[in-house]
Ligand binder design. Structure first.
Ligand SMILES: NC(=O)C1=CN([C@@H]2O[C@H](COP(=O)(O)OP(=O)(O)OC[C@H]3O[C@@H](n4cnc5c(N)ncnc54)[C@H](OP(=O)(O)O)[C@@H]3O)[C@@H](O)[C@H]2O)C=CC1
Ligand SMILES: O=C(O)C1=N[C@H](C(=O)O)C[C@H](O)C1
Length: 283
Protein backbone atom coordinates (compact mmCIF):
# COMPACT_ATOMS: atom_id res chain seq x y z
CA UNK A 1 0.00 0.00 0.00
CA UNK A 2 1.41 3.43 -1.00
CA UNK A 3 1.98 5.87 1.86
CA UNK A 4 -0.44 8.80 1.94
CA UNK A 5 0.02 12.32 3.27
CA UNK A 6 -0.91 11.75 6.89
CA UNK A 7 0.53 11.49 10.37
CA UNK A 8 2.06 8.45 12.06
CA UNK A 9 -0.70 6.82 14.08
CA UNK A 10 -0.39 5.15 17.48
CA UNK A 11 -3.34 2.94 18.41
CA UNK A 12 -4.18 2.25 22.05
CA UNK A 13 -4.98 -0.57 22.58
CA UNK A 14 -4.09 -2.92 19.72
CA UNK A 15 -4.84 -5.87 22.03
CA UNK A 16 -8.54 -4.93 21.97
CA UNK A 17 -11.12 -5.74 19.32
CA UNK A 18 -11.59 -2.18 18.08
CA UNK A 19 -7.94 -1.22 18.52
CA UNK A 20 -6.91 -4.12 16.34
CA UNK A 21 -9.53 -3.32 13.68
CA UNK A 22 -8.58 0.35 13.53
CA UNK A 23 -4.82 -0.35 13.42
CA UNK A 24 -5.44 -2.62 10.43
CA UNK A 25 -7.59 0.08 8.78
CA UNK A 26 -4.84 2.67 9.32
CA UNK A 27 -2.29 0.40 7.62
CA UNK A 28 -4.78 -0.32 4.78
CA UNK A 29 -5.19 3.43 4.28
CA UNK A 30 -1.42 3.87 3.89
CA UNK A 31 -0.75 5.52 7.26
CA UNK A 32 2.38 4.71 9.22
CA UNK A 33 1.47 2.60 12.27
CA UNK A 34 3.60 3.41 15.33
CA UNK A 35 4.82 -0.01 16.50
CA UNK A 36 3.94 0.63 20.18
CA UNK A 37 0.58 0.32 21.87
CA UNK A 38 -0.55 1.04 25.43
CA UNK A 39 -2.43 -1.73 27.12
CA UNK A 40 -4.06 -2.30 30.51
CA UNK A 41 -3.33 -5.11 32.92
CA UNK A 42 -3.43 -7.76 30.21
CA UNK A 43 -1.31 -10.88 30.33
CA UNK A 44 -0.56 -10.07 26.68
CA UNK A 45 2.22 -7.74 27.95
CA UNK A 46 4.21 -10.85 28.90
CA UNK A 47 4.22 -11.81 25.22
CA UNK A 48 5.98 -8.51 24.44
CA UNK A 49 4.43 -7.71 21.11
CA UNK A 50 1.52 -8.57 18.85
CA UNK A 51 1.26 -8.56 15.09
CA UNK A 52 -0.94 -6.07 13.25
CA UNK A 53 -1.01 -6.59 9.49
CA UNK A 54 2.42 -8.18 9.74
CA UNK A 55 3.86 -5.30 11.83
CA UNK A 56 5.18 -6.30 15.29
CA UNK A 57 3.63 -3.87 17.78
CA UNK A 58 5.27 -3.66 21.22
CA UNK A 59 2.88 -3.57 24.16
CA UNK A 60 3.40 -0.85 26.77
CA UNK A 61 1.97 -1.35 30.27
CA UNK A 62 0.66 1.71 32.20
CA UNK A 63 3.64 2.05 34.56
CA UNK A 64 6.09 2.85 31.73
CA UNK A 65 3.79 4.79 29.42
CA UNK A 66 5.35 8.24 30.10
CA UNK A 67 8.84 7.18 29.05
CA UNK A 68 7.42 5.22 26.11
CA UNK A 69 5.44 8.22 24.89
CA UNK A 70 8.52 10.45 25.07
CA UNK A 71 10.45 7.95 22.93
CA UNK A 72 7.55 7.64 20.48
CA UNK A 73 7.16 11.41 20.21
CA UNK A 74 10.87 11.77 19.42
CA UNK A 75 10.86 8.98 16.82
CA UNK A 76 7.45 9.73 15.24
CA UNK A 77 7.07 13.53 15.19
CA UNK A 78 3.57 14.76 14.44
CA UNK A 79 1.92 11.55 15.59
CA UNK A 80 -1.80 11.29 16.34
CA UNK A 81 -3.13 8.76 18.88
CA UNK A 82 -6.31 6.74 18.42
CA UNK A 83 -7.77 5.46 21.69
CA UNK A 84 -10.05 2.42 21.90
CA UNK A 85 -9.56 1.27 25.46
CA UNK A 86 -12.19 0.91 28.16
CA UNK A 87 -14.62 3.23 29.95
CA UNK A 88 -12.57 3.06 33.17
CA UNK A 89 -9.50 4.38 31.31
CA UNK A 90 -11.07 7.05 29.11
CA UNK A 91 -10.70 10.13 31.35
CA UNK A 92 -7.20 9.28 32.54
CA UNK A 93 -5.97 8.49 29.03
CA UNK A 94 -7.41 11.73 27.60
CA UNK A 95 -5.76 13.75 30.40
CA UNK A 96 -2.48 11.94 29.76
CA UNK A 97 -2.51 12.69 26.01
CA UNK A 98 -3.57 16.30 26.69
CA UNK A 99 -0.84 16.82 29.30
CA UNK A 100 1.69 15.59 26.78
CA UNK A 101 0.24 17.76 24.01
CA UNK A 102 -0.48 14.82 21.68
CA UNK A 103 -3.57 15.18 19.44
CA UNK A 104 -5.93 12.23 19.61
CA UNK A 105 -9.09 10.55 18.39
CA UNK A 106 -11.10 9.17 21.29
CA UNK A 107 -13.44 6.34 20.24
CA UNK A 108 -13.69 4.90 23.72
CA UNK A 109 -17.10 5.34 25.32
CA UNK A 110 -18.20 5.82 28.93
CA UNK A 111 -16.45 7.62 31.77
CA UNK A 112 -17.37 11.18 32.70
CA UNK A 113 -18.08 12.71 29.30
CA UNK A 114 -18.55 16.31 30.51
CA UNK A 115 -15.26 16.13 32.37
CA UNK A 116 -13.61 14.59 29.31
CA UNK A 117 -14.64 17.45 27.03
CA UNK A 118 -13.84 20.09 29.68
CA UNK A 119 -10.33 18.68 30.30
CA UNK A 120 -9.51 18.46 26.61
CA UNK A 121 -10.95 21.91 25.87
CA UNK A 122 -8.88 23.42 28.69
CA UNK A 123 -5.68 21.76 27.46
CA UNK A 124 -5.97 23.22 23.95
CA UNK A 125 -4.93 19.93 22.35
CA UNK A 126 -6.52 18.95 19.01
CA UNK A 127 -8.97 16.04 19.44
CA UNK A 128 -11.96 14.27 17.96
CA UNK A 129 -14.18 12.68 20.61
CA UNK A 130 -17.19 10.61 19.58
CA UNK A 131 -19.07 7.54 20.78
CA UNK A 132 -19.84 6.63 17.16
CA UNK A 133 -17.49 6.67 14.15
CA UNK A 134 -19.58 4.89 11.51
CA UNK A 135 -20.44 7.39 8.75
CA UNK A 136 -24.08 6.45 8.25
CA UNK A 137 -24.80 6.11 11.97
CA UNK A 138 -23.15 9.49 12.56
CA UNK A 139 -25.47 10.89 9.85
CA UNK A 140 -28.46 9.40 11.71
CA UNK A 141 -27.20 10.84 15.01
CA UNK A 142 -26.79 14.26 13.36
CA UNK A 143 -30.30 14.05 11.88
CA UNK A 144 -31.83 13.35 15.28
CA UNK A 145 -29.86 16.25 16.76
CA UNK A 146 -31.06 18.57 13.97
CA UNK A 147 -34.69 17.46 14.47
CA UNK A 148 -34.36 18.17 18.19
CA UNK A 149 -32.79 21.60 17.55
CA UNK A 150 -35.48 22.50 14.99
CA UNK A 151 -38.54 21.09 16.77
CA UNK A 152 -37.86 20.98 20.51
CA UNK A 153 -40.75 19.35 22.39
CA UNK A 154 -42.32 17.86 19.22
CA UNK A 155 -42.68 14.45 20.88
CA UNK A 156 -43.79 15.65 24.32
CA UNK A 157 -45.85 13.01 26.08
CA UNK A 158 -44.59 10.16 23.92
CA UNK A 159 -43.23 6.99 25.54
CA UNK A 160 -39.80 5.81 24.47
CA UNK A 161 -38.29 2.35 24.61
CA UNK A 162 -34.64 1.80 23.70
CA UNK A 163 -32.94 -1.55 23.23
CA UNK A 164 -29.26 -1.89 22.34
CA UNK A 165 -27.61 -5.23 21.73
CA UNK A 166 -23.82 -5.70 21.64
CA UNK A 167 -21.30 -8.54 22.03
CA UNK A 168 -21.36 -9.97 25.52
CA UNK A 169 -17.94 -8.45 26.40
CA UNK A 170 -19.20 -4.86 26.14
CA UNK A 171 -19.12 -3.43 29.66
CA UNK A 172 -21.01 -0.15 29.32
CA UNK A 173 -24.34 1.06 27.98
CA UNK A 174 -23.92 2.18 24.38
CA UNK A 175 -22.54 5.71 24.11
CA UNK A 176 -24.34 6.07 20.78
CA UNK A 177 -27.68 5.19 22.36
CA UNK A 178 -27.03 7.78 25.09
CA UNK A 179 -26.32 10.44 22.44
CA UNK A 180 -29.55 9.63 20.55
CA UNK A 181 -31.54 9.61 23.80
CA UNK A 182 -30.23 13.12 24.55
CA UNK A 183 -31.93 14.29 21.33
CA UNK A 184 -35.17 12.51 22.32
CA UNK A 185 -35.09 14.35 25.65
CA UNK A 186 -34.82 17.65 23.75
CA UNK A 187 -37.81 16.49 21.69
CA UNK A 188 -39.82 16.44 24.92
CA UNK A 189 -39.59 12.83 26.09
CA UNK A 190 -38.83 12.00 29.72
CA UNK A 191 -36.26 9.26 29.58
CA UNK A 192 -33.16 8.58 31.68
CA UNK A 193 -30.02 6.89 30.36
CA UNK A 194 -30.51 4.05 32.84
CA UNK A 195 -33.79 3.15 31.12
CA UNK A 196 -31.86 2.02 28.02
CA UNK A 197 -32.20 -1.77 27.86
CA UNK A 198 -28.83 -3.48 27.37
CA UNK A 199 -29.08 -6.85 25.64
CA UNK A 200 -25.95 -8.95 26.22
CA UNK A 201 -27.39 -12.49 26.31
CA UNK A 202 -26.56 -14.28 23.02
CA UNK A 203 -29.82 -16.28 23.03
CA UNK A 204 -31.91 -13.11 23.35
CA UNK A 205 -29.74 -11.43 20.73
CA UNK A 206 -30.48 -14.13 18.16
CA UNK A 207 -34.14 -14.79 19.08
CA UNK A 208 -35.34 -11.30 19.97
CA UNK A 209 -32.98 -8.85 18.18
CA UNK A 210 -32.37 -11.10 15.14
CA UNK A 211 -28.59 -10.78 15.33
CA UNK A 212 -26.93 -13.21 12.89
CA UNK A 213 -25.04 -15.89 14.84
CA UNK A 214 -21.81 -15.03 13.05
CA UNK A 215 -22.05 -11.47 14.43
CA UNK A 216 -22.45 -12.40 18.10
CA UNK A 217 -18.81 -11.40 18.78
CA UNK A 218 -19.21 -8.01 17.12
CA UNK A 219 -22.46 -6.19 16.51
CA UNK A 220 -24.48 -3.11 17.49
CA UNK A 221 -28.25 -3.48 17.02
CA UNK A 222 -30.23 -0.49 18.27
CA UNK A 223 -34.01 0.00 18.23
CA UNK A 224 -35.74 3.18 19.43
CA UNK A 225 -39.57 2.80 19.66
CA UNK A 226 -41.90 5.73 20.31
CA UNK A 227 -45.60 5.62 21.12
CA UNK A 228 -48.07 8.49 21.50
CA UNK A 229 -49.91 8.95 24.82
CA UNK A 230 -53.14 7.31 23.51
CA UNK A 231 -51.22 4.59 21.65
CA UNK A 232 -52.58 5.59 18.25
CA UNK A 233 -49.24 6.71 16.73
CA UNK A 234 -45.98 4.79 16.67
CA UNK A 235 -42.48 5.43 15.35
CA UNK A 236 -39.49 3.16 15.19
CA UNK A 237 -35.87 3.98 14.36
CA UNK A 238 -33.33 1.24 13.95
CA UNK A 239 -29.64 0.92 13.08
CA UNK A 240 -28.05 -2.51 12.98
CA UNK A 241 -24.32 -2.97 12.41
CA UNK A 242 -22.50 -6.29 12.08
CA UNK A 243 -18.72 -6.22 12.59
CA UNK A 244 -16.50 -3.21 13.23
CA UNK A 245 -15.38 -2.04 9.82
CA UNK A 246 -17.44 1.14 9.65
CA UNK A 247 -16.02 2.38 12.96
CA UNK A 248 -12.46 1.49 11.95
CA UNK A 249 -12.76 3.33 8.61
CA UNK A 250 -14.43 6.31 10.33
CA UNK A 251 -11.58 6.49 12.84
CA UNK A 252 -9.08 6.80 9.98
CA UNK A 253 -11.25 9.60 8.53
CA UNK A 254 -11.10 11.32 11.94
CA UNK A 255 -7.29 11.11 11.98
CA UNK A 256 -6.98 12.59 8.48
CA UNK A 257 -9.45 15.35 9.40
CA UNK A 258 -7.52 16.18 12.58
CA UNK A 259 -4.23 16.18 10.66
CA UNK A 260 -5.70 18.86 8.32
CA UNK A 261 -6.97 20.98 11.21
CA UNK A 262 -3.52 20.86 12.84
CA UNK A 263 -1.80 21.86 9.61
CA UNK A 264 -4.23 24.78 9.20
CA UNK A 265 -3.92 25.68 12.91
CA UNK A 266 -7.71 26.11 13.13
CA UNK A 267 -9.09 27.98 16.10
CA UNK A 268 -11.52 25.18 16.98
CA UNK A 269 -9.59 22.28 18.46
CA UNK A 270 -12.18 19.92 19.89
CA UNK A 271 -14.42 18.16 17.35
CA UNK A 272 -17.13 15.51 17.21
CA UNK A 273 -17.69 13.07 14.35
CA UNK A 274 -20.65 15.22 13.32
CA UNK A 275 -18.08 17.99 12.66
CA UNK A 276 -16.00 15.54 10.61
CA UNK A 277 -19.06 14.47 8.59
CA UNK A 278 -20.14 18.10 8.06
CA UNK A 279 -16.68 18.93 6.73
CA UNK A 280 -17.18 16.29 4.03
CA UNK A 281 -14.19 14.42 5.46
CA UNK A 282 -15.74 10.93 5.63
CA UNK A 283 -15.01 8.61 2.71
N1 LIG B 1 -16.66 5.27 18.82
C1 LIG B 1 -17.01 4.16 18.16
O1 LIG B 1 -17.47 4.19 16.99
C2 LIG B 1 -16.85 2.83 18.82
C3 LIG B 1 -16.49 2.78 20.14
N2 LIG B 1 -16.24 1.59 20.73
C4 LIG B 1 -15.76 1.65 22.10
O2 LIG B 1 -14.39 1.24 22.12
C5 LIG B 1 -14.07 0.74 23.40
C6 LIG B 1 -13.31 -0.58 23.26
O3 LIG B 1 -14.16 -1.58 22.77
P1 LIG B 1 -13.58 -3.03 22.41
O4 LIG B 1 -12.40 -2.91 21.52
O5 LIG B 1 -14.73 -3.83 21.98
O6 LIG B 1 -13.09 -3.53 23.85
P2 LIG B 1 -12.01 -4.65 24.21
O7 LIG B 1 -12.34 -5.12 25.58
O8 LIG B 1 -11.90 -5.65 23.11
O9 LIG B 1 -10.62 -3.85 24.24
C7 LIG B 1 -10.29 -2.92 25.20
C8 LIG B 1 -8.79 -2.85 25.31
O10 LIG B 1 -8.42 -1.77 26.16
C9 LIG B 1 -7.26 -2.15 26.87
N3 LIG B 1 -7.11 -1.31 28.06
C10 LIG B 1 -7.79 -1.34 29.21
N4 LIG B 1 -7.36 -0.39 30.04
C11 LIG B 1 -6.37 0.26 29.40
C12 LIG B 1 -5.52 1.35 29.74
N5 LIG B 1 -5.58 1.95 30.93
N6 LIG B 1 -4.61 1.76 28.83
C13 LIG B 1 -4.51 1.17 27.64
N7 LIG B 1 -5.29 0.12 27.27
C14 LIG B 1 -6.20 -0.32 28.14
C15 LIG B 1 -7.50 -3.60 27.18
O11 LIG B 1 -6.28 -4.22 27.42
P3 LIG B 1 -6.04 -5.11 28.72
O12 LIG B 1 -6.70 -6.40 28.45
O13 LIG B 1 -4.58 -5.15 28.77
O14 LIG B 1 -6.61 -4.40 29.89
C16 LIG B 1 -8.15 -4.09 25.88
O15 LIG B 1 -7.19 -4.56 24.97
C17 LIG B 1 -15.39 0.66 24.16
O16 LIG B 1 -15.53 1.82 24.97
C18 LIG B 1 -16.44 0.70 23.05
O17 LIG B 1 -17.69 1.19 23.46
C19 LIG B 1 -16.37 0.42 20.07
C20 LIG B 1 -16.77 0.41 18.76
C21 LIG B 1 -17.04 1.62 18.03
O1 LIG C 1 -18.65 -1.42 22.05
C1 LIG C 1 -19.04 -1.47 20.87
O2 LIG C 1 -18.96 -2.46 20.15
C2 LIG C 1 -19.63 -0.23 20.32
N1 LIG C 1 -19.60 0.85 21.05
C3 LIG C 1 -20.07 2.14 20.68
C4 LIG C 1 -21.19 2.56 21.61
O3 LIG C 1 -21.07 2.35 22.82
O4 LIG C 1 -22.17 3.16 21.15
C5 LIG C 1 -20.44 2.22 19.22
C6 LIG C 1 -21.05 0.97 18.66
O5 LIG C 1 -22.30 0.81 19.24
C7 LIG C 1 -20.16 -0.24 18.94
Amino acid sequence: MAKIDGPPVMVNACTGKMGNAVAEAAVRAGLQLVPFSFTGESEAVAIGNIGVSGIPVELVPPEVRQQALEDVRRDYPGLIIIDYTLPQAVNDNASFYSRNGIPFVMGTTGGDRDQLRADVEASGVYAVIAPQMGKQVVAFQATMQMMADQFPGAFAGYKLEVEESHQRSKVDTSGTAKAIVASFRQLGIHFADNEIQKVRDPMAQVDHMHVPENALQGHAFHTYSLRSPDGSVGFQFQHNVCGREIYAEGSVDAVLFLYQQIQQQTQQRLFSMIDVLRAGAMR
